[in-house]
Write a protein that binds this ligand. Sequence first.
Ligand code: MN
Length: 463
Amino acid sequence: MFDKEIYVSRREALKKSVGSGLLLFPGNNESSINYVDNAYYFRQDSTFLYFFGHSKPGLAAVIDVDNDEEIFYGDDLTIDDVIWTGPMPTVNELAEEVGVGLSGSLSSLKNQLSKAIKSGRQVHLLPPYRPDHYIVLSGWMDVAVKEVDDYISLKFIQGVLALRSIKTDPEIAEMHLAADITGRMHTTAIKGARPGMIEYELTGKITGVAMSGGGNLSFPVILTVDGQTLHNHYHGNTMKEGDLLLVDCGAENGMGYAGDMTRTIPVSGRFDQRQKEIYQIVLSAQEHAISMLRPGISYAEVNMLSLKTIATGLNDLGLMKGDPEEAARLGAVALFMPHGVGHMIGLDVHDMENLGEDLVGYDASFKRSDIFGLRSLRLGKRLEAGFAVTVEPGVYFIPDLINKWKSEQKFSAFINYEQLKKYHDFGGVRIEDDYLINAEGATLLGKPVPKTIAEIEGLKQEK
Ligand SMILES: [Mn+2]
């Protein structure tokens, strides 16, 4: 955990920005896999972690802004619990560790909340994202499940967003650690991939690297020879000579901060000519995007210039034609890159998306596009110093999408469907790194991981 004072000052700032009412922070509970006592890996709610530090199930907290009170809730273990779990600090001790003066049981939380609601006081909630949150909140607040959403508070959301968007020095140090573990997952994958191996064998190895860093995966591993399928979680293919392997994975470290990186590598150790050409286009798009990172630039603009770089490269190969800028703006490049160039990252791999993707990524000056491809950009607003973002352009050849667009002759002024026939079996390339925006530009999070064609081929030759 961070120093107590960090949690205290975060809560002080939040109280000032919300101004009145009761702020409710439900921690996460255990979640069962196939019977009650067999639970998934426990992950604390990120906002609870941010303001109250403790990563244990069965906790909650309230900030009563009107009376300037903070109360930490949970049930102390009984001797029956201790037999199974070992001794644990009391709820009062947990509260003290993060500078909270008051503590109580979960039944006293229920009393406090239902009383507050009956007397007409304002209770602020963040949007629940697990089904059990609704049941728990309905019980605590003594309102119907379908009424829980009525308590979601834009003021609370915006207060949390404003604080968590700007990464402070102690958080940046954690993010470097998370990116370093993530980098080790990638060097393991680059060195380990070889013809004859099944995707799950390598997935298991890099999952082990994440866990050996003291935390866990920050999201389920994407490791596939079918890189054209964007969120491919199937790991049953055998890698073959000539295949490209797309690996998009990340670790979260012991403090819960996430890394998220992608490398695309030749299974056999050498890119062929066609792979080199596409890879180089994606790399140029990423390098171009990185060179633009600085406070004040909008991520929508960074996205647009990445698409333009891709269109220029594909024009040179004869796969696209026409003006690259127009191709990017109108949405023609979405055939090859149907996702956005990146997203915020922090305690969540898509940071704070539980608070609302548009609230995190857009604001009054930047509205989400409704054009296919451009609308998938998760972050469009202006960057600020302290933002942590991913930069992840890609080029994919998705046969079903190509066939559909071709049959409609969609964007036929920009796309050379005849030439594209030769690329249906290509797969996809994505390259992704994490950057922190600072006053002058941006800093890479974590140590650099081989990325150029020469670096990746070089690392694959090492024994
Ligand atoms: Mn990502």
